[in-house]
Design a protein around this ligand. Structure first.
Ligand SMILES: Cc1cc2nc3c(=O)[nH]c(=O)nc-3n(C[C@H](O)[C@H](O)[C@H](O)COP(=O)(O)OP(=O)(O)OC[C@H]3O[C@@H](n4cnc5c(N)ncnc54)[C@H](O)[C@@H]3O)c2cc1C
Length: 389
């Protein structure tokens, strides 16, 4: 690929940044357009488990694996499952040397990727409005101030509500029927010992029917809670979502009958609650190739957050960069990249959809809280040894 090839990446998320990193490592110039005004202008999200054959493979290929490992928390793989009476159903301890899916704060991973780029690569505060294909296989990137810039390749790495995607497909994210409400706890080991006990060093999940409560330990004693339930997207009708006391009362009503130690997750969080209805793209989302434009990560295959989205975004980013480096034309590079990425995305989206149905069944029955499919036969001979109710 010529060093005069003009490449734009829309979105400085994990996928866009790792793609830019690998391109630059191989001398291919690239500009990243990001709508956020600065690197730290908003909280960068919770903890991610980075898996061996996807996210970790991508970090190795980008030469950043050792730095990742130094920041990661292998002990964060510890996992506890409770029922709604706070009975411990299952406890997976993380082995000292287990590096199959260590955790890292999303903010730390993003900062690592940003620091690996040449200064000035990311154009902060540049929200892209749309992208249109041009004759001869190039594409025009439209800014909100009505100016435009032309590129040989525009990569949409701009997440769920991508402004690049409409150039390729009509697909829109749809509501899954599951909402996740986020809450935060600071310095749990000193200020919230009950929360610290529940979450341990990693993740805990308490489940009953169509509801669950999930806690995840991030770095520095910070814990994020995810209050998950099946219900209409307007579950908060009549509520002011900024009125923390009112939201708390509504959530406590939904979790009536749950153990007091679990209800503390709803009672004692710091700050407010953040409403995050869960959206997905169709499992089979694909498009006819359009010269000079493609997608990666959530923009291409938004799926339920069951632990693969960031891993796939990283892998897409590296593979797309490699395809650009290894092929003589952009068209051949996109053919190579999309022919692998799209079927892989469909496979993962199908699995993620099944996992969401299993984890969040459409029934209030407690029997549905621990379906057999939650228990891989080879890892747990008796599915409910500690269940005493
Ligand atoms: C609660 C939760 C927990 C999760 N846990 C995990 C996990 O443990 N493991 C895992 O693998 N995945 C997890 N995921 C999924 C993961 O976070 C996403 O799949 C991943 O961040 C997608 O990366 P991306 O680079 O495609 O997009 P994003 O990270 O969404 O980045 C998109 C970027 O584009 C920018 N942008 C958007 N629009 C524009 C525009 N018009 N112009 C310019 N810039 C724009 C945004 O500001 C953003 O910086 C989780 C998701 C959630 C919600």
């Amino acid at each position: 690929m010529s060093t005069t090839t003009r490449i734009a990446i829309v979105g400085a998320g994990l996928g866009g940044l790792i793609c830019a990193r690998v391109l630059q490592q191989h001398g291919v110039p690239v500009a990243v357009f990001e709508r956020e005004p600065a690197p730290n202008s908003r909280s960068q999200g919770g903890t991610l488990d980075i898996q061996e054959d996807t996210g970790q493979a991508a970090l190795r290929a980008s030469g950043l694996f050792d730095e990742f490992l130094a920041l990661s928390r292998p002990e964060g793989q510890e996992w506890r499952l409770y029922d709604r009476h706070a009975t411990l159903i299952r406890h997976d301890r993380a082995g000292e040397d287990d590096l199959s899916r260590p955790e890292i704060d999303r903010g730390q991973l993003r900062a690592l990727l940003l620091d690996s780029l040449a200064p000035g690569t990311v154009r902060w505060g540049q929200s892209v409005k749309a992208v249109t294909p041009l004759p001869r296989g190039t594409a025009r990137l439209h800014h909100h101030d009505r100016t435009g810039e032309d590129f040989d390749l525009v990569i949409g790495a701009d997440g769920a509500w991508s402004r690049v995607r409409p150039a390729l497909s009509d697909a829109q994210p749809t509501y899954t029927g599951v909402t996740l409400v986020e809450a935060h706890f600071d310095d749990v080991d000193h200020h919230h010992p009950g929360i610290a006990r529940l979450v341990g060093r990693g993740t805990m999940s308490a489940k009953a029917g169509r509801r669950s409560l999930v806690l995840q330990r991030n770095s520095n004693g910070h814990v994020r809670a995810y209050i998950n339930f099946r219900g209409p997207q307007d579950w908060h009708a009549g509520l002011d979502l900024t009125d923390t006391l009112a939201v708390r009362a509504r959530l406590l009503a939904q979790y009536q009958g749950w153990h007091e130690s679990l209800l503390d997750i709803l009672r004692h969080n710091e700050g407010g609650f953040i409403n995050r209805p869960m959206f997905v793209l169709p499992v089979h989302h694909a498009w006819q190739r359009v010269p000079g434009i493609t997608l990666l990560g959530d923009a291409a295959h938004l799926m339920p957050p069951v632990g693969v989205g960031a891993n796939l975004a990283l892998l897409d980013g590296v593979e797309l960069a490699r395809a650009v480096i290894d092929h003589p034309t952009i068209d051949r590079a996109l053919e190579a990249y999309e022919s692998v990425m799209l079927p892989r995305a469909t496979d993962n989206a199908r699995t993620a959809e099944q996992m969401l149905t299993t984890l969040m069944p459409d029934t209030d029955s407690d029997d549905a809280a621990f379906p057999d499919s939650l228990w891989p036969a080879d890892t747990l001979p008796d599915p409910r040894p500690a269940h005493t109710d």
